[in-house]
Design a protein around this ligand. Structure first.
Ligand code: NAD
Length: 352
């Protein structure tokens, strides 16, 4: 089964100039602009491009979409009588736009500035009182996404690399999802190939426009994968690690991915063969580990601030509720996976 999600996408350099036309197309007449501290300059450009459609701006988006921040933005949206949402930023700003759309059903335009991929999904994660809950609803799926490569040119090298690995993780897990299908598999392989090629070049020279376009294209496809099929062990571990130890989102994905893939490898020989082909390697988990080195990603979870006794807690939490994974969950093996990820060691495919 494959169900295409109805998002209109513009991709290119300078595409942000279409923002007014796109807002009109969606029937917006009073647009609330959302941004974070890193994008004020671009947000102001959009404000002037919107002209008389601009109603106001909220620039307090925060990581993990805290409900109190959403409520502040919602109060402003109501005060301004806004009838459309325009978000410019990374996954955190996109998350705020989605949270507002969930509560108001207003149309959204998103201009992504990282490779997180949230703009292509009908999924929203929100936090309240330290608890993260996930909603899946077409109400939160953005109506229009404008990918403008120019908006990513200033994303620092270090952040670009790990954000790109966050996208690679969506595509890798889509290959062995329970709902995997040929369309999503084709998108995932194209995404992984494009990102694996582009990310080292982006990190070596963040002003390389061709590499930037390749990375953003890969992130777009990875976002479709994430929105189309369910994820497995890797996303579960990252969700648990992020929520429990407040580890940074993209960096955690980069560190864990080679190990989660190595864990699943014995159960998915066909996927491994395809991954090896697209990565041009004999050992896909090792190739992803080496990609992490090439982009200067943090080595291990220790470096991200996780306490060593967190390994056992993470095993407990990640096995507390059953979920789909191609390889059965085994506490001893999960513990070994996390110990390697913690120390920054190379991934190891254990024979079962
Ligand atoms: P983010 O939006 O918090 O951005 C990370 C940092 O990069 C921030 O400090 C931001 O200000 C800065 N930044 C962003 N773009 C920049 C640019 N172009 N130049 C300079 N600095 C820039 O983080 P993220 O990794 O993009 O997204 C992570 C969040 O998105 C998490 O909360 C995660 O749960 C969520 N997410 C949700 C989905 C979904 O489908 N619901 C998918 C992926 C991620």
């Amino acid at each position: 089964m494959y169900e295409g999600l109805p998002t209109r996408v513009l991709f290119g350099a300078g595409t942000r100039s279409a923002v007014r036309e796109e807002a009109l197309r969606l029937g917006m007449s009073r647009v609330l602009v959302l941004s974070g501290p890193a994008h004020q300059a671009f947000a102001l450009q959009l404000v002037s491009a919107l002209g008389d459609l601009y109603a106001g701006i909220y620039d307090g988006a925060r990581m993990h979409t805290p409900v109190d921040v959403t409520e502040q933005a919602l109060a402003l949206l109501r005060e301004l009588r806004a009838d459309g949402i325009l978000a410019i930023g990374g996954g955190s700003t996109t998350g705020l736009g989605k949270a507002l759309a969930l509560r108001t059903d207003l149309p959204q335009i998103v201009l992504p500035t990282t490779y997180a991929g949230s703009e292509m999904t009908p999924i929203l994660g929100e936090t309240q009182a330290g608890l993260k809950t996930t909603v899946r609803s077409l109400k939160v799926l953005p109506e229009t996404v404008i990918y403008d490569v120019d908006l990513t040119m200033d994303l620092p090298a270090g952040l670009s690399g790990v954000s790109g690995m966050n996208a690679v993780a969506h595509a890798v897990e889509a290959l062995y999802a329970r709902e995997a299908n040929p369309i999503v598999t084709a998108l995932a392989l194209e995404s992984i190939g494009s990102l694996a090629h582009a990310l080292p070049a982006v990190c070596a020279n963040p002003r390389d426009t061709v590499a930037r376009a390749g990375a953003l294209y890969g992130a777009w496809l990875a976002g479709i994968c994430l929105g189309s099929v369910g994820m497995a062990l890797h996303h579960k571990l990252c969700h648990t690690l992020g929520g429990t130890f407040d580890l940074p989102h993209a960096q955690t994905h980069a560190v864990v991915l080679p190990h989660a893939l190595a864990y699943n490898a014995p159960a998915i020989p066909e996927v491994m063969a395809r991954l090896c082909a697209v990565l041009g390697a004999d050992d896909a988990p090792l190739a992803l580990y080496e990609l992490n080195t090439a982009i200067g990603a943090p080595k291990g979870l220790r470096e991200l601030g996780m306490p060593e006794d967190g390994i056992d807690r993470c095993v407990e939490l990640a096995t507390a509720n059953p979920y789909w994974n191609p390889q059965p969950l085994d506490r001893m093996r999960l513990r070994a996976l996390l110990a390697r990820a913690y120390a920054g060691a190379a991934p190891s495919i254990d024979p079962i």
